[in-house]
Ligand binder design. Sequence first.
Ligand SMILES: [Fe+2]
Length: 149
Amino acid sequence: MEELHKAAKVAFSTTFAFYLKAHNFHWNVEGSDFLEYHDLFGKIYEEVYGAIDDFAEKIRAMGTYVPASFSRFSMLTLVDDETNILPKEQMVAMLLEDNEKVIKLLKLVFQTSESHNEYGFSDFIAGRIDAHSKHRWMLRASLKSDQNV
Ligand SMILES: [Fe+2]
Protein backbone atom coordinates (compact mmCIF):
# COMPACT_ATOMS: atom_id res chain seq x y z
CA MET A 1 0.00 0.00 0.00
CA GLU A 2 2.90 2.32 0.75
CA GLU A 3 3.96 2.00 -2.89
CA LEU A 4 0.52 3.21 -4.02
CA HIS A 5 0.46 6.09 -1.50
CA LYS A 6 3.86 7.30 -2.68
CA ALA A 7 2.91 7.04 -6.37
CA ALA A 8 -0.40 8.85 -5.74
CA LYS A 9 1.38 11.71 -3.91
CA VAL A 10 3.90 12.12 -6.73
CA ALA A 11 1.08 12.13 -9.32
CA PHE A 12 -0.92 14.63 -7.24
CA SER A 13 2.05 16.99 -6.80
CA THR A 14 2.90 16.72 -10.49
CA THR A 15 -0.72 17.44 -11.41
CA PHE A 16 -0.68 20.52 -9.16
CA ALA A 17 2.59 21.74 -10.71
CA PHE A 18 1.11 21.18 -14.18
CA TYR A 19 -2.01 23.14 -13.22
CA LEU A 20 0.11 26.02 -11.89
CA LYS A 21 2.20 26.16 -15.04
CA ALA A 22 -0.90 26.26 -17.27
CA HIS A 23 -2.26 29.10 -15.09
CA ASN A 24 1.10 30.89 -15.23
CA PHE A 25 1.02 30.71 -19.06
CA HIS A 26 -2.63 31.84 -19.12
CA TRP A 27 -1.59 34.98 -17.22
CA ASN A 28 1.74 35.73 -18.87
CA VAL A 29 1.33 34.78 -22.53
CA GLU A 30 1.91 37.64 -24.99
CA GLY A 31 1.92 38.33 -28.71
CA SER A 32 -0.40 38.17 -31.70
CA ASP A 33 -3.19 35.62 -31.19
CA PHE A 34 -2.90 36.46 -27.49
CA LEU A 35 -6.54 35.65 -26.84
CA GLU A 36 -6.35 32.20 -28.48
CA TYR A 37 -3.42 31.15 -26.33
CA HIS A 38 -4.81 32.83 -23.22
CA ASP A 39 -8.02 30.79 -23.74
CA LEU A 40 -6.20 27.54 -24.56
CA PHE A 41 -4.17 27.74 -21.35
CA GLY A 42 -7.30 28.87 -19.53
CA LYS A 43 -9.28 25.80 -20.60
CA ILE A 44 -6.47 23.50 -19.48
CA TYR A 45 -5.80 25.06 -16.09
CA GLU A 46 -9.53 25.20 -15.26
CA GLU A 47 -10.05 21.53 -16.11
CA VAL A 48 -7.02 20.38 -14.12
CA TYR A 49 -7.82 22.65 -11.17
CA GLY A 50 -11.34 21.23 -11.19
CA ALA A 51 -9.92 17.77 -10.43
CA ILE A 52 -7.47 18.79 -7.69
CA ASP A 53 -9.84 18.67 -4.71
CA ASP A 54 -11.27 15.30 -5.69
CA PHE A 55 -7.77 13.94 -6.27
CA ALA A 56 -6.65 15.09 -2.80
CA GLU A 57 -9.73 13.69 -1.07
CA LYS A 58 -9.35 10.33 -2.80
CA ILE A 59 -5.78 10.13 -1.48
CA ARG A 60 -7.09 10.95 2.03
CA ALA A 61 -9.74 8.24 1.64
CA MET A 62 -6.96 5.71 1.05
CA GLY A 63 -5.73 6.53 4.55
CA THR A 64 -2.74 8.76 3.95
CA TYR A 65 -2.01 12.51 3.97
CA VAL A 66 -1.93 14.86 1.00
CA PRO A 67 1.11 16.98 0.11
CA ALA A 68 -0.20 20.55 0.19
CA SER A 69 2.66 23.03 0.42
CA PHE A 70 5.05 24.56 -2.11
CA SER A 71 8.01 22.84 -0.46
CA ARG A 72 6.37 19.38 -0.56
CA PHE A 73 5.13 19.92 -4.11
CA SER A 74 8.60 20.93 -5.32
CA MET A 75 10.09 17.89 -3.56
CA LEU A 76 7.68 15.46 -5.26
CA THR A 77 6.73 16.91 -8.66
CA LEU A 78 8.15 15.60 -11.92
CA VAL A 79 7.11 18.82 -13.72
CA ASP A 80 9.57 21.68 -13.17
CA ASP A 81 8.64 25.26 -12.44
CA GLU A 82 8.99 27.92 -15.12
CA THR A 83 10.18 31.31 -13.89
CA ASN A 84 11.01 32.87 -17.27
CA ILE A 85 8.49 34.44 -19.63
CA LEU A 86 8.65 32.26 -22.74
CA PRO A 87 7.44 32.91 -26.30
CA LYS A 88 3.94 31.46 -26.73
CA GLU A 89 5.01 28.53 -28.98
CA GLN A 90 7.57 27.49 -26.35
CA MET A 91 4.88 27.66 -23.69
CA VAL A 92 2.71 25.26 -25.71
CA ALA A 93 5.64 22.92 -26.46
CA MET A 94 6.68 22.84 -22.81
CA LEU A 95 3.16 22.21 -21.55
CA LEU A 96 2.79 19.40 -24.10
CA GLU A 97 6.03 17.83 -22.86
CA ASP A 98 4.88 18.18 -19.23
CA ASN A 99 1.49 16.75 -20.12
CA GLU A 100 3.26 13.63 -21.45
CA LYS A 101 5.01 13.28 -18.08
CA VAL A 102 1.64 13.56 -16.31
CA ILE A 103 0.06 10.88 -18.55
CA LYS A 104 3.01 8.50 -18.10
CA LEU A 105 2.83 8.96 -14.34
CA LEU A 106 -0.95 8.51 -14.21
CA LYS A 107 -0.65 5.25 -16.15
CA LEU A 108 1.87 4.00 -13.61
CA VAL A 109 -0.44 4.98 -10.73
CA PHE A 110 -3.34 3.23 -12.49
CA GLN A 111 -1.36 -0.03 -12.69
CA THR A 112 -0.23 0.26 -9.06
CA SER A 113 -3.78 1.01 -7.97
CA GLU A 114 -5.11 -2.02 -9.86
CA SER A 115 -2.52 -4.29 -8.27
CA HIS A 116 -3.70 -3.10 -4.83
CA ASN A 117 -7.38 -3.67 -5.72
CA GLU A 118 -8.15 0.05 -5.28
CA TYR A 119 -10.63 0.03 -8.15
CA GLY A 120 -12.39 3.27 -7.23
CA PHE A 121 -9.09 5.12 -7.26
CA SER A 122 -8.13 3.43 -10.56
CA ASP A 123 -11.39 4.64 -12.02
CA PHE A 124 -10.64 8.23 -10.98
CA ILE A 125 -7.11 7.97 -12.41
CA ALA A 126 -8.47 6.56 -15.69
CA GLY A 127 -10.64 9.69 -15.95
CA ARG A 128 -7.58 11.87 -15.41
CA ILE A 129 -5.71 9.99 -18.18
CA ASP A 130 -8.65 10.71 -20.48
CA ALA A 131 -8.68 14.40 -19.56
CA HIS A 132 -4.93 14.77 -20.12
CA SER A 133 -5.23 12.94 -23.46
CA LYS A 134 -7.64 15.69 -24.50
CA HIS A 135 -5.15 18.34 -23.32
CA ARG A 136 -2.51 16.57 -25.45
CA TRP A 137 -4.74 16.85 -28.51
CA MET A 138 -5.41 20.58 -27.96
CA LEU A 139 -1.73 21.40 -27.33
CA ARG A 140 -0.54 19.34 -30.31
CA ALA A 141 -3.13 20.88 -32.61
CA SER A 142 -2.05 24.38 -31.56
CA LEU A 143 1.58 23.64 -32.46
CA LYS A 144 0.77 22.37 -35.93
CA SER A 145 1.43 24.75 -38.83
CA ASP A 146 -1.47 25.50 -41.17
CA GLN A 147 -2.01 22.90 -43.88
CA ASN A 148 -4.76 21.32 -45.94
CA VAL A 149 -6.45 18.30 -44.43
FE1 LIG B 1 -8.21 34.23 -16.25
